[in-house]
Ligand binder design. Structure first.
Ligand code: HEC
Length: 152
C-alpha cells in the first residue's frame, strides 16, 4: 500500500518530469557567436570582396531576384532558418547550435555578400554545404532574400 506521502511525492516527481520534457521539447539551442567570421582566414580577403554575378547591391536587388531567392529559401533553408528567418525552423531543435538569425542587423552589416556565399556553398558545421543541391547561381540568388530579414 502506498502511503499518502508517497503518492504525493510521486505526483510532484511526475509533474517535474513532465515540465522538464515540455521545456526540452520547446528549447532551441543557443546561437554560436554570430559575429565571428566563418570564412577561414586564408580565404577571407578573397570572399569578402567577391561580387555577386547578378547584381551590385543586395539591398537594392530587383524584386524578381528577391522573389526567386524567396522560392529557394522556402524550398531548402526554411526547415532550419525558419519562416521568419530567426533560426527557429522545424529542424532547429535537433541541432547543436541555432541556425543563423537573419533578423540580426548587426550580423547582416558585418557580412559581405561573398562571405554569405562562402557558407551557403561550403556550409559551416552543423550547416551542410548547399552546393551542389542548389547551383552557385541559386546560392547568389538567395542572398538578396536573406537581406530582407533585417528591417532597419
Ligand atoms: C540543416 C539545417 C540548415 C539548413 C538546411 C540551412 N542552414 Fe544555414 N545555417 C545552419 C546553422 C546551424 C548555421 C550556423 C552555423 C554556425 O554557427 O557556424 C547556419 C548558418 C548560415 C549562415 C550564416 C553564415 C555566417 O557567415 O555566419 C548563412 C548565410 C546561411 N546559414 C544560409 C543558409 C541558406 C541560404 C540555406 C538554404 C540554401 C541554409 N542556410 C540552409 C543550418 C542550416
Amino acid at each position: 500500500m502506498l502511503s499518502e506521502n508517497k503518492v504525493c511525492r510521486i505526483g510532484i516527481l511526475s509533474l517535474a518530469l513532465l515540465l522538464s520534457f515540455t521545456t526540452l521539447a520547446s528549447a532551441l539551442p543557443p546561437e554560436h557567436e554570430p559575429l565571428k567570421p566563418r570564412v577561414p582566414i586564408q580565404e577571407r580577403a578573397y570572399y569578402r570582396n567577391l561580387q555577386a554575378p547578378l547584381y551590385q547591391d543586395t539591398k537594392a536587388s530587383p524584386s524578381d531576384v528577391v522573389e526567386a531567392g524567396s522560392k529557394i529559401y522556402q524550398r531548402i533553408c526554411v526547415n532550419c532558418h525558419g519562416v521568419t528567418g530567426k533560426g527557429d525552423g522545424l529542424s532547429a531543435g535537433f541541432l547543436p547550435m541555432l541556425p543563423r538569425n537573419f533578423t540580426n542587423c548587426l550580423f547582416q552589416r558585418k557580412r559581405t555578400d561573398g562571405e554569405l556565399f562562402y557558407v551557403i556553398k561550403f556550409g559551416s558545421w552543423p550547416m551542410p554545404p548547399m552546393v551542389p543541391s542548389i547551383t552557385e547561381v541559386e546560392a547568389w540568388t538567395v542572398i538578396p532574400y536573406l537581406r530582407t530579414f533585417c528591417q532597419h
